[in-house]
Design a protein around this ligand. Structure first.
Ligand code: ZN
Length: 167
């Protein structure tokens, strides 16, 4: 990439945020040579492979994640639009990690971490599918853990900023 004004190759990133509607990372850059400022849009290219429990691989698919989350969030306080933007955030998160492969377990953990900030009901539904609790006691323990965590940090979570700050 070059500066559009002086064709220099080095920049400072002054701001970096997710443009969820177009599935891209928007960066505000400043040329280190001529100090001109301009914006770049980096489309998120996700050629990540998900390693499943049985050892087989499949391509990471946003649509599949969207379907799974839509199901988990049905009758919760999360709207379809919120689910969609959640999927974009998770996708951007994966893109920022610059990895080629992730286990379905790790992916599930990332998703649950995001869901946990939004809605407890959806979190538990998703957890039931992904964690595959061995028995009802495990599930009860997990719910209790969420509830005690919720009491401690419900105020801190309200204004959480999800923007990816990396440049
Ligand atoms: Zn320049």
């Amino acid at each position: 990439m070059q500066c559009p004004f002086c064709h220099h190759h080095e920049f400072k990133v002054t701001d970096s945020r997710i443009a969820a509607d177009i599935n891209a990372i928007k960066r505000r850059r400043e040329c280190l040579n001529c100090k001109s400022r301009f914006t770049t849009f980096e489309t998120i290219d996700l050629s990540i492979q998900v390693k499943k429990r049985n050892g087989t691989y499949e391509d990471f698919q946003q649509e599949k994640l969207l379907k799974g989350l839509d199901a988990a969030c049905r009758h919760s306080k999360i709207s379809h639009d919120q689910v969609r933007s959640l999927v974009y955030r998770i996708t951007a998160d994966l893109a920022e990690r610059q990895i080629r492969e992730i286990s379905s377990q790790e992916l599930g953990d990332i998703v649950m971490n995001y869901l946990n900030h939004l809605d407890v009901v959806a979190y538990i539904r998703f957890a039931c599918v992904y964690k595959r609790f061995k028995n009802i006691d495990d599930l009860v323990l997990a719910i209790e853990a969420i509830q005690s965590k919720d009491k401690l940090s419900s105020d801190q979570k309200k204004d959480k900023d999800y923007d990816v700050q990396k440049g």
